[in-house]
Design a protein around this ligand. Structure first.
Ligand code: MSP
Length: 522
């Protein structure tokens, strides 16, 4: 295991309020992605964290009558880290932009850009959206009939900001960025996001104001203490500072460049234009990919921390469990597109695919092995065309799912696994083992039907381990697989399609339902 860890990041979230399911969506996607790579036997490194400076966070702290440091300390410990426990995130590092390991390196980074002449002092007047922490370009502004100018994402009135600031020569990097998109075609994904970025840069870039001087909640600009650094320049650097940039060259060399930055489509340009330009300017390799996903919509609108539509992940996990949460959002929304959330739809998918689909199948098979074979998995001595069809389907599912993950098509991977479970359910219904069991002369047939079903469930446990770690572990126990095959974490996903791994003689136990039936009022 000497290869570079597969390094995935989430955006670092503004700590203005507790997380909602939109923030959890990205964090779950990155968790499933990195766990999938681990299931291939690869090393992985998963980074998340919080973006704590800037006007937006400052104002939210002021509204609480707290200092921004007290406010962010409280929210990180009481809301953000617990939320990641609620949805079962196995991050390897959690960075806060107020930590010295970050602030000190950021100062060195911008000082170097200043020293090499990439930063200059100038005047700026523009329309600023505090929600986005961004000066808005005309194309991103909506004007009401009365002339009020609003942010297209937040709908809030833009504020005119007129300041003397320091600027990064972003305009000088347009050609190098276009060359990057050309030479590294997967740098921005999916294709729609790539097209958007390329046409944006082709129109030419303006220099970027990278300091603010009307408030002081930010990293001080090292050469001019009247300014703090623009929050986005500070924030983007987290991906490098957390990986040891400027502090631990060996670690940085091992982790960098990042394999995937997962971002929402609203923050694509920061990651696909400004961030690589900053890196190119500093002579640091750019990440391999920036992948933009869509928004979770409630009632047709983007769920946001500042709106009343925000749903806490815990509201869902308390009722449906963390695995169902993780499965539902990745299974039902094409990664890259927007998706609407509704309780009814979640309940319908939970019931049909998890409780009635996978859960019921596992408990039926365990119950029949218990009843007809005293819980000991029998030898499959009558493997025929129906069994071979399932074995083939399993092999095909493993290939499809594994390839889908390479393009972050979680929805395709999970659809394929759900199809496989459906195929086993169909097989059991057709074979009617409960009838076969009545005929002593058909013991071999009965043994083969139950073995075949259990063997596919063995692979389903491996395939679902990244997405539904708790359920997969329960399934592994139900199958009695650990005794003969070892820990679930050690089963390589790419080998999961090889038929006949679950040994006859394994002890199956029914245990608790994988997905309990839920009562209406809960
Ligand atoms: N702090 C910046 C990111 C800095 S990264 C160097 C930020 N924070 S945020 O908290 O406003 O948003 C973080 C991420 O959450 C973004 O990728 C955004 O797209 C995502 N989401 C916020 N609301 C969302 C939905 N309703 N649905 C899906 N993702 C959503 O921007």
């Amino acid at each position: 295991m000497s290869e570079k860890p597969y390094y995935v990041t989430t955006p670092i979230y503004y700590v203005t309020a507790a997380p909602h399911i939109g923030s959890a969506y990205t964090t779950v996607a990155g968790d499933v992605l990195t766990r999938w790579h681990a299931q291939r036997g690869e090393r992985k490194w998963y980074l998340t964290g919080t973006d704590e400076h800037g006007e937006k966070v400052l104002r939210s702290a002021q509204a609480q009558g707290m200092s921004p440091q007290e406010w962010t300390d409280k929210l990180v410990e009481e809301a953000w880290k617990p939320a990641w426990v609620d949805v079962d995130i196995a991050y390897d590092d959690f960075i806060r932009t107020t930590e010295p390991r970050h602030t000190e390196r950021v100062q060195e980074f911008v000082q170097a850009l200043y020293d090499q002449g990439d930063v200059y002092k100038g005047e700026y007047e523009g329309l600023y959206c505090v929600g986005c922490e961004e000066f808005k370009l005309p194309a991103d502004i909506r004007t009401d009939e009365d002339g009020t100018q609003r942010c297209m994402i937040h709908g809030t009135e833009l504020e005119t900001v007129s300041e003397t600031n320091y600027f990064f020569r972003l305009s000088a990097y347009a050609d190098r960025l276009l060359a990057l998109y050309e030479s590294q075609p997967d740098f921005v994904a999916p294709a729609s996001a790539r097209n958007e970025v390329v046409s944006f840069v082709k129109q030419g870039l303006q220099d970027l104001s990278i300091t603010r001087s009307t408030f002081d909640w930010g990293i001080p600009v090292p050469w001019d203490k009247d300014h703090v650094l623009y929050v986005w320049v500070d924030a983007l650097l987290n991906y490098a500072t957390a990986a040891g940039y400027g502090k631990d060259p060996e670690r940085f060399a091992e982790l960098w460049p990042a394999d995937v930055h997962l971002v929402g489509k609203d923050i694509l340009r920061f990651h696909a234009v400004i961030w690589p330009a900053m890196l190119i300017a500093a002579g640091i390799p750019v990440p391999k990919q920036v992948f933009a996903h869509g928004w979770l919509l409630v009632g047709g609108e983007k769920m946001s921390k500042s709106k009343l539509t925000a749903i806490a992940p815990k509201e869902i996990t308390d009722h449906f469990g963390s695995d169902a949460f993780r499965y539902y959002f990745l299974r039902t929304i094409q990664f890259g597109s927007d998706g609407s959330f509704s309780w009814e739809h979640l309940n319908a998918v939970y019931t049909s695919e998890l409780a009635n689909g996978l859960g019921n199948l596992a408990s039926r098979i365990a119950a029949m092995v218990g009843k007809y074979f005293d819980g000991v998995l029998p030898e499959p001595t009558d493997h025929g065309p129906a069994e071979q069809a399932l074995a083939d389907k399993l092999a095909e599912t493993v290939t499809t799912a594994d390839q889908a993950i390479d393009t972050l098509a979680f929805h395709d991977a999970l659809a394929a696994i759900n199809d496989l479970v459906g195929a086993v359910n169909g097989y059991v219904s057709e074979q009617e083992p409960w009838k076969v069991a009545k005929d002593e002369a058909q013991r071999e047939r009965l043994a083969t039907i139950l073995y075949t079903s259990a063997e596919v469930l063995r692979a389903v446990a491996v395939l679902h381990h990244p997405t539904m770690p708790k359920t997969a572990a329960k399934l592994w126990t139900l199958l009695g697989a650990e005794a003969k095959l070892g820990p679930l974490a050690d089963q390589h996903v790419q080998d999961a399609g090889t038929w006949g791994q679950l040994p006859a003689g394994s002890t199956l136990t029914k245990g608790d339902a994988l997905f309990p039936r839920l009562t209406e009022e809960a």
